[in-house]
Design a protein around this ligand. Structure first.
Ligand code: ZN
Length: 93
């Protein structure tokens, strides 16, 4: 599968330990307006800084190819979905 993002495959992105270690699904994706950073979180309401994990964009894409739908999401937007089989909905931050 082609890598759909314009960023390099090895760019560092933020995610949480639940997705990386506990196989939680991705429910929230943000593309930060200030620094262009991508963030991928599960559906827990609150995350502590100790939950943060840094992985490559390629690594998170391989975990869940559906985030490729968000490859063109502009800076300053975030996306959520109701469940793993729903389509992503994008919002401005
Ligand atoms: Zn989490």
């Amino acid at each position: 599968m082609n890598f759909p993002f314009s960023e390099q495959e090895n760019v560092a992105v933020f995610t949480c330990c639940h997705i990386i270690r506990e196989n939680a699904d991705i429910y929230y994706v943000s593309h930060d307006e200030d620094d262009g950073a991508w963030q991928f979180l599960c559906d827990l309401e609150s995350h502590q800084s100790s939950d943060a994990n840094i992985v490559s964009l390629k690594e998170i894409f391989e975990l869940d190819n559906s985030i490729g739908e968000l490859a063109n999401m502009p800076l300053g937007y975030y996306a959520t979905r109701v469940d793993k089989n729903s389509t992503w909905k994008e919002f401005t931050q």
